[in-house]
Design a protein around this ligand. Structure first.
Ligand SMILES: [Zn+2]
Length: 310
């Protein structure tokens, strides 16, 4: 299995268009040792001609255009992208679906709740149904292996399976109270465990501070891409002078008591890489103490174009 990071930043990217924080302004002026990043997007290769997208970022069009492996075959209306798996209904995970509206048959795997949010309350996503055949929604059941179909139209077993791991997160703010009341909370935010033969990859760009169960899925994984959104719980408040704590918006911070670094201190497996980095996060500055602390703790930091072979 090949795993490609097409985008590694949290919502807004790095730099963010309306942000003048120390990181964003220093990056614009060439004074920060670090890289610009597009919004989090991962692609997994099932075979050279079949790719699976993990979420659909707001930067997806540009991310696809930047990668020759995701181009259509010359002379044909086609795409090697056959399916998309959604880990939540957050804007940053689903907006890119609208970039895929050009009459391309696709399969979208989502929990029943995420599917209802997108199809019942957000009619814009009906543009995906204009393809022939229309987009096919596939149910992601929690904690149960789901085989991935090789093609958007004909199916076929690719020997790849995933499991949705409930993460005790929240549904997005834009969901109506009426629908929210009907949805099982376990379907709001999931981690994904992808398995191909003996290879296992765990993807969790959002890790709420609650729950420990997900750590079990690291033991057998060779690779984990994990929530690197914030360095401290108070990061947004410190930078903006107000707002919410990291934990209140569903992200366990990296540092401090109960932070991700501490939580994984005694976990040996797997190779661990931070993704979904917010533009305020000091680890984006490769000369910062936070960057050194993260590297010393055995974590890598994802960048656009990073690749893994399992
Ligand atoms: Zn910023």
């Amino acid at each position: 299995m090949r795993v490609k990071v097409l985008g590694s930043a949290a919502g807004g990217g790095f730099p963010q268009w309306n942000c003048g924080c120390s990181n964003c302004s220093r990056l614009r002026r060439g004074l920060l040792k670090g890289r610009a990043r597009t919004q989090a997007q991962v692609a997994v290769s099932l075979s050279p001609s079949h790719w699976l997208l993990l979420n659909a970022s707001p930067d997806l069009r540009q991310q696809i255009l930047s990668d020759p492996e995701l181009a259509p075959i010359d002379g044909a209306r086609s795409s090697p992208i056959a399916s998309i798996v959604l880990t939540s209904a957050d804007t940053d995970c689903v907006l890119g679906l609208l970039h895929l509206r050009e009459f391309q048959p696709l399969r979208i795997y989502a929990t029943p709740s995420v599917r209802r949010i997108l199809t019942e309350e957000n009619s814009l996503f009906k543009t995906l149904e204009r393809s022939v055949p229309p987009v096919q929604w596939e149910t992601l059941a929690l904690n149960r292996p789901t085989p991935i179909s090789g093609s958007a139209t004909s199916g076929g077993d690719m020997g790849l399976c995933f499991r949705a791991v409930p993460l005790q997160g929240e549904f997005p703010d834009y969901v109506s109270p009426r629908l929210r009341n009907e949805l099982p909370p376990g379907e709001a935010v999931i981690g994904l465990e992808l398995t191909q033969q003996s290879k296992m990859f765990f993807y969790a760009p959002t890790l709420p501070a609650r729950g420990e169960e997900w750590k079990r899925h690291l033991q057998h994984s060779q690779l984990a891409l994990l929530d690197g959104t914030f360095w401290t719980d108070n990061e947004l408040i410190d930078v903006r002078g107000g707002g919410k704590k990291a934990r209140e918006i569903g992200h366990v911070p990296l540092s401090g008591a109960g932070g991700l670094l501490e939580q994984l201190r005694d976990v040996r497996n797997p190779r661990r890489v931070l993704i979904h980095l917010n533009n305020t996060n000091p680890v984006l500055d490769e000369e910062s103490a936070a960057y050194r602390a993260v590297r010393d703790a055995g974590f890598e930091i994802a960048y656009d174009g990073m690749e893994f072979e399992l």
